[in-house]
Design a protein around this ligand. Structure first.
Ligand code: CA
Length: 230
């Protein structure tokens, strides 16, 4: 079955170009010009595997949309790629902090966009393929069910935070630099700034904090990060 992509973009020409490009690549596509329409589609049962969201929308911005989506219990773990004309680093970090998993700066080539889409889907979809139970301290991951539990309680993480935790839980106690984490978690084909790692590490710690296990994610000054309960 092909992956489903939901495109949220108010400008019709761009939206149709995006839809065409995704359909050509074999994805199933739904389009929406407004955030309201997206939530309507979700309510009607459309379950996307990925959202492509334009930053500049009339009414609620792509950022506001993404924040709202991340509160939706059914779709909060669905990855979001933000389309933005704004190349400023602070803007991009703001997008990531709102919950976006990646961003593409306009103007972009269809090839570049497809590479990003595939990378995000690979990193979120690849997770379900192998089945194993990872355990460290109070944290367990059931990789088949993509479930994280801490002290028996299920914890919901964003797709990138899950992937980072999965990577850490498979490599306990080892120190990884930001660029090693980028290669391992994001993949070598994807060009992402090292600061992106910090944004997602911060989100992971925040998700772990209510269970008092955020200290497992350790900053190693001058080197990077390590994961350990000790
Ligand atoms: Ca727009």
């Amino acid at each position: 079955m092909s992956a489903k992509v939901l495109i949220l973009e108010d400008e019709r020409d761009i939206r149709e170009m995006l839809a065409f490009c995704m359909e050509q690549a074999g994805y199933e596509v739904e389009q929406a010009a407004t955030a309201e329409r997206v939530f309507g589609l979700l309510k009607d049962g459309f379950q996307p595997d990925l959202f492509l969201v334009d930053w500049m929308l009339p009414g609620a911005s792509g950022i506001e949309f993404t924040k709202k989506l991340k509160k939706d219990p059914i779709n909060q773990n669905c990855p979001v790629i933000m389309l933005t004309a704004r190349g400023e680093e602070d803007d991009r970090v703001q997008g990531l902090e709102a919950g976006a998993d990646d961003y593409v700066v306009k103007p972009f080539s269809p090839r570049e966009l497809l590479a990003r889409v595939q990378a995000v889907l690979r990193r979120t979809g690849a997770i379900n393929k192998s089945s194993e139970q990872l355990q460290h301290g109070d944290i367990s991951i059931d990789t088949a069910g993509h479930r994280v539990t801490i002290g028996g309680q299920e914890v919901h993480l964003g797709p990138t935070e899950y992937k980072i935790l999965h990577f850490f839980m498979s490599n306990i106690g080892r120190v990884y630099s930001r660029s090693q984490l980028l290669d391992s978690v994001w993949g070598q084909q994807v060009v992402v700034e090292e600061r992106t790692v910090d944004v997602h590490i911060r989100r992971l710690r925040k998700a772990l904090a209510p269970y008092q296990v955020e200290s497992y994610v350790q900053t190693v000054r001058g080197s990077g990060y390590r994961f350990s309960s000790k």
